[in-house]
Design a protein around this ligand. Structure first.
Ligand code: TMP
Ligand code: MG
Length: 221
């Protein structure tokens, strides 16, 4: 790796049942296969938001499983805080030349909360300044196709009408990210086969796989 390069920060977003976690894990393995023998730092790390293992993550988990009730703004801020508690880890990995893959990020935070009627600007505010992704891959799937894939689980947002609303906000976020130059936003048709989707993702990721130039910026800053 050239000393002027840092790791790339790549985010995978998508609706529930879009195959997002499967694809994130395939992408992780593919990037890891490029690891040089004897390298001392990992080539790639895979993070998942919400990270349910932290104290904040446990509160989020209880909320998603409907074991607790929280004000819409309170849960929004917890999801955001759950990213902030990993922000310095993300930056440290990138600075070391490690590629960071995140399964969901700030865009999910905005999409799921704005759907409830909170304003886009209010939802975005606590996300401002988080490490900015270089590339966001949005796995798009129509809620009918997603529902036909074996149905949703039992968690709070796993319902067709919720997913429809979330998808509308995601489309708005994608346009805003492109217009504001907040990294690249690539939409992938997740209705295709697992192998086809993996190839599409790889086409977008490969140019960043051996690192990127430039410093890490703050999201929307
Ligand atoms: P998961 O299914 O990827 O574990 O995510 C759990 C749910 O939480 C999913 O329905 C999306 C939602 N979510 C938010 O509402 N806000 C957020 O900031 C994140 C990361 C996820
Ligand atoms: Mg889920």
């Amino acid at each position: 790796m050239s000393s002027s390069k840092r790791g790339a920060f790549i985010v995978i977003e998508g609706l529930d049942r879009s195959g997002k976690s499967t694809q994130a894990s395939l992408l992780h393995d593919r990037l890891q296969d490029r690891q040089d023998a004897g390298a001392t730092t990992p080539k790639v790390v895979l993070l998942k938001f919400p990270d349910r293992t932290t104290a904040i993550g446990k509160m989020i988990d209880a909320y998603l499983r409907s074991e607790s009730e929280l004000d819409d703004r309170a849960i929004h801020l917890l999801f955001s805080a759950n990213r902030w508690e990993l922000a310095s880890t993300i930056v440290a990995h990138l600075a070391q030349g490690t590629t960071v893959l995140a399964d969901r990020y700030a865009f999910s935070g905005i999409a799921f909360s704005a759907r409830k009627g909170l304003s886009y600007e209010w939802c975005r505010a606590p996300e401002v300044g988080l490490p900015a992704p270089d590339l966001t891959l949005f796995l798009n799937i129509s809620p009918d196709v997603a529902a036909a894939r074996g149905g949703y689980g039992l968690e709070r947002y796993e319902k067709e009408e919720v997913q429809k609303g979330v998808r509308r906000v995601f489309n708005k976020i994608g346009r805003a990210v492109q217009e504001e130059g907040e990294g690249k936003w690539v939409e992938i048709d997740a209705g295709k086969t697992k192998e086809e989707v993996a190839e599409e993702l790889w086409k977008a990721v490969e140019p960043l796989a051996s690192g990127v130039q430039g410093s890490i910026s703050g999201l929307w800053e």
